[in-house]
Design a binder for this molecule. Structure first.
Ligand SMILES: [Zn+2]
Ligand SMILES: [Zn+2]
Length: 307
């Protein structure tokens, strides 16, 4: 069981170990820096209730970050987790009036790489070498696909990265104020162009390191916020990233936002952010999805087993 989980942790494409290690390195760097440099400087190494609160909240952020990342990575989101029918089920989406890619993608279809019949919204990932249930996208930073079973952990991971970075930035501000006392043009240049400020001798080595951490945390913060908003946009439209690119809208039934959140994150959608250990499975089975199209059977496209 343990070796199976380790196997899942290692991406199929070994080159993707680099961004994974970079992600883990940045998490460790920020956590160590905040806990060992920033907090002791702000509170002058005196244990106060405020510092204990910061320490506990910091540990809670790390717990959620690592917990969601770990479960996102070990979750098998491929079609291996379901029983694929030997006979290709009849098509339920109109074939003649719709583009071929919509017909193919939105009905049960045969994957020539996996050599099985796979459900609607499944997509073969050529990096993971598997068909993924309700495939969203392949995340290069985590080295795996995001789909039906692990999108909850992916979103919570992103949310906690964002919360962690906002929190770091607030602490940095306190630290900078503690260090320089006031906001001068020198501090602003150091924060915006740390390398340039260091080259022109405006700041020393430690300040370069500090400014680099401050500026990268702001840039990462904006990037992660963009990813979160992108995913929320897709949830509102009941689309995966793949469907957005292909302009497929047939799964948008016009339900309210809460129902859409339930569909992706499960009945306890409002609790999942608090802990990765809270059980809340996405609605359905990852194989059957309601559509806003009239159910029909297209005889021309009804196929049989091709194994
Ligand atoms: Zn496949
Ligand atoms: Zn993949």
């Amino acid at each position: 069981m343990v070796s199976r989980k380790i196997k899942f942790l290692i991406p199929k494409d070994r080159a993707e170990l680099v961004p994974i290690f970079l992600t883990l390195f940045l998490i460790c760097l920020y956590a160590t820096f905040e806990l060992s440099v920033i907090l002791p400087t702000i509170y002058h190494n005196v244990f106060t209730y405020k510092e204990i609160f910061h320490l506990l909240f910091g540990c809670y952020i790390i717990f959620n970050l690592i917990g969601n990342l770990y479960i996102c990575m070990i979750t098998d989101t491929s079609v291996d987790t379901i029983i694929c029918p030997v006979q290709l089920p009849s098509a339920t989406i109109i074939g003649k009036t719709q583009p071929d890619h919509l017909y193919y993608y939105c009905n049960w279809h045969y994957c020539h790489q996996c050599e099985v019949n796979v459900p609607p919204r499944s997509q073969h990932c050529f990096i993971c070498r598997k068909c993924i249930l309700k495939h969203d996208h392949h995340c290069t930073f985590l080295g795996r696909c995001i789909g039906y079973r692990n999108i909850r952990y992916y979103m919570c991971f992103l949310a906690w990265v964002w919360i962690g970075l906002v929190y770091c930035n607030i602490l940095h501000m306190d630290y900078t104020y503690e260090l320089v006392g006031t906001l001068s043009w020198r501090v602003m240049i150091a924060c915006l162009f740390p390398l340039g400020a260091w080259l022109f001798g405006l700041i020393n080595h430690f300040s370069l390191f500090l400014s680099t951490i401050c500026s990268t945390s702001i840039i990462l913060n904006l990037y992660v916020l963009f990813l979160i908003l992108q995913q929320l946009f897709l949830i509102i439209n009941s689309q995966t990233w793949h469907e957005y690119k292909k302009n497929i809208h047939i799964y948008n039934l016009g339900k309210d936002f809460q129902s859409k959140l339930q569909g992706v994150f499960g009945r306890k959608w409002y609790l999942i952010l608090f802990s990765p250990l809270i059980k809340s499975s996405p609605m359905g089975d990852g194989m059957v999805f309601d559509t806003n199209m009239i159910e029909t059977r297209d005889i021309q496209h009804t196929d049989t087993k091709r194994i």
